[in-house]
Ligand binder design. Structure first.
Ligand code: 5GP
Ligand code: SF4
Ligand code: MG
Length: 456
């Protein structure tokens, strides 16, 4: 997500910022602006570049904009679910982008429908709009706060009305969100790498439970729901975020490197070279190599022009995707005992293909080292791993998994090791991580009946 308040090139800047966030999803993109009592929206399924041409950006005039890169999780596929959502009415109109997942969406939607709301999409984002509307025709901070108090789950929201932009984060701060400044304008982004690309300066990270109002008269922060300790998604550090972003003032590359170092301490092995799976595992592989005194080599090359494999809808397509995406470097791996570091295993598709690939390229041994713990629990907070059946480590023992992927050995980082690698540099006790998919300790209570059914 990205938003900007008070810049004459609002849409263009939003476009470039979203470009820096493209890794967060490849399923859709959209931007909305407002000027002279008119809302201008363009969005579609696909990559940012396919969705926007120069002409379309020029039509999006105005000094304020919010935009989003869409990442499909659950059933939210298709045009109708691509954001921003724009809800127009005679009095106050409202544009919304959202990242995360509302866990009591099912119950809330039922309640709202029973009291007369008509939903346009399956997306949980729309819930907030209906909840706000229920407070009356005029949209203000109070109406938004009351609406947010009904919502349970992981959420980061950007909302735009005719006269201000609101920024909200769930009480646990599960999804990342930062505020910055670009000349006289305020900007908000999921990751700080978006600020770097547009030349904005990061001011602060939105704190758990904050509701921020940004308007021409400045910025106003208020904590509306507070928990003692933030529980930022650990998967953001492991895989999702870009290495040049900082989360909770911890650099993502540095955290990944420490995960690799820690992994080498926990699971060393006699080998000749260490290689990583580009791009998200490179930092951890470098750390592993450094800590085990082995050379780090580029043993796998990534074709830049193929999208992220995980995000394609079917298993069959995912399997094809992996082959299109990676090639082994024969001259490096042939005859060698290779440590192959990957950031995570979710369904097991990637690891199996890569081990086969390295062996076909002549590797004498392939030792798989995963720089995060085994994913044994579904995520209910917006990362696409929603059922236990699809999770490799939830269905097999370590030995079985090692066998299935055809590796000579397999080891994961411990949950304690992960936590240490992430929070090592912060002495701030209010900073913590969500690691529910590894440990089953869900930070947000299991309010939803759907959630209870899934975890049972
Ligand atoms: P698998 O192939 O085991 O299903 O997925 C793990 C691989 O997919 C890893 O190499 C990781 O880099 C990549 N990946 C893509 N999207 C995601 C995601 O949303 N979460 C995680 N943990 N890994 C992902
Ligand atoms: Fe992130 Fe895992 Fe928590 Fe989901 S369950 S928010 S993927 S750490
Ligand atoms: Mg990968």
């Amino acid at each position: 997500m990205f938003g900007i308040w008070g810049h004459e090139k609002a849409a263009e800047i939003t476009y470039y910022a979203l470009h820096a966030l493209q890794h967060r999803g490849q399923d859709g993109a959209g931007i909305v602006t407002y000027e002279n009592e008119e809302w201008m929206l363009h969005k579609d399924v696909g990559l940012l570049n396919d969705v926007f041409s120069r002409g379309q950006l020029e039509r999006l005039s105005g000094r304020h904009a919010i935009g989003q890169i869409h990442y499909v999780h659950g059933a939210n596929v298709g045009y109708d679910n691509v954001q921003p959502h724009l809800f127009q009415s005679q009095k106050d109109s409202l544009a919304i982008v959202h990242s995360g997942n509302i866990t009591n969406a099912y119950e809330l939607r039922g309640e709202l429908e029973r009291s007369g709301s008509i939903f346009q999409t399956e997306s949980d984002t729309e819930l907030l709009a209906h909840l706000i509307r229920r407070q009356g025709a005029h949209i203000d901070a109070h109406a938004i706060q009351t609406a947010l108090e009904n919502i349970v789950g992981a959420y980061a929201f950007l909302l735009m009305t005719q006269d201000c932009m609101y920024v909200a984060l769930d009480p646990y701060g599960i999804r990342p969100l930062s505020i910055g400044k670009l000349h006289g304008a305020y900007v908000a982004a999921s990751e700080s790498c978006a600020f770097d690309l547009i030349g904005a300066e990061k001011m602060f990270e939105v704190q758990p439970g904050e509701l921020i109002r940004i308007a021409d008269d400045g910025i106003h922060r208020k904590t509306i729901q507070r928990v003692k300790k933030q529980q930022l998604c650990a998967m953001e550090y492991v895989y999702f975020s870009r290495p040049d972003s900082d989360l909770q003032y911890v650099n993502v590359h540095a955290a990944r490197k420490r995960m690799g170092i820690q992994l080498a301490k926990e699971a060393s092995v006699c080998a000749d070279v260490v290689t990583g799976v580009p791009d998200s595992s490179i930092s951890a592989a470098i750390g592993y190599a450094e800590a085990s005194n082995l050379p780090y080599e580029i043993g796998l090359i990534k074709n830049r022009y193929v999208g992220r494999t995980f995000i394609k809808p079917s298993q069959e397509l995912r399997e094809q995707g992996v082959k299109m995406k990676l090639s082994p470097v024969k001259g490096i791996v042939a005859g060698k005992r290779v440590v192959m570091v990957d950031d995570s295993i979710v369904r097991g598709t990637t690891s199996k293909k890569i081990v086969t690939m390295l062996k076909e390229a002549g590797a004498a041994q392939v030792h798989v080292r995963i720089a995060s713990p085994a994913v044994t629990n579904p995520c209910f907070y917006g990362i696409d791993m929603s059922t236990k059946q699809e999770l490799f480590a939830a269905n097999y023992t370590l030995e079985e998994m090692c066998d299935i992927i055809g590796a000579d050995s397999l080891a994961y980082l411990s949950p304690e090791g992960l936590e240490k690698a992430i929070v090592a540099t912060t002495n701030d006790s209010s900073k913590g991580i969500c690691n529910a998919c590894f440990t089953g300790n869900y930070p947000v209570a299991k309010e939803s009946k759907m959630l209870q059914a899934k975890t049972a």
